[in-house]
Design a protein around this ligand. Structure first.
Ligand SMILES: [Zn+2]
Ligand SMILES: [Zn+2]
Length: 139
């Protein structure tokens, strides 16, 4: 690739990952489930081909049945420290979301779009210049 490796991991260091390509997209998700899982107002997701994500260490998983899209999502996190790492939609398992805040260099990829703005908190600023979707990108 010639570029610097894209790496990240959890807070305690037991889970580390390498992304073998830059993200296809960087999406801020305002859905209620991402909000609760992240413990923040929204989550920032690196949309990746599943096969371009290499994970080292044990991930714990929660199959989230009550997503805003209606499709279950497998949410994986470090079982020791709880950092969320990867989400896999059951409807489209070839594409996964890596939680951008877990990158070693989280400034590297800026968000390019906002999803589930129907659930966005009133004080969450969404830049006018970015594409926004009330729900998923195809809705
Ligand atoms: Zn950890
Ligand atoms: Zn979401």
């Amino acid at each position: 690739m010639g570029e610097e490796a894209i790496e990240g991991g959890c807070n305690c260091g037991k889970v580390r990952y390498t992304l073998e390509s830059p993200p296809l997209a960087v999406a801020v998700c305002h859905c209620t489930r991402c909000r609760r899982q992240s413990g923040s107002a929204f989550s920032v997701n690196l949309v990746m081909k599943a096969r371009h994500v290499r994970i080292e260490g044990e991930l714990s998983a929660y199959d989230d049945p009550e997503t805003d899209s209606g499709q279950p999502v497998k949410r994986e996190f470090c079982g020791s420290c709880g950092s969320p790492i990867r989400s896999t939609p059951s409807a489209q398992p070839a594409l996964v979301a890596i939680k951008a805040g877990t990158l070693d260099d989280p400034a590297r990829f800026a968000p390019g779009l906002h999803l589930y703005t129907c659930s966005a908190l009133p004080w969450a600023d969404i830049p006018e210049a970015l594409p926004r979707f009330e729900r998923g990108p195809t809705a």
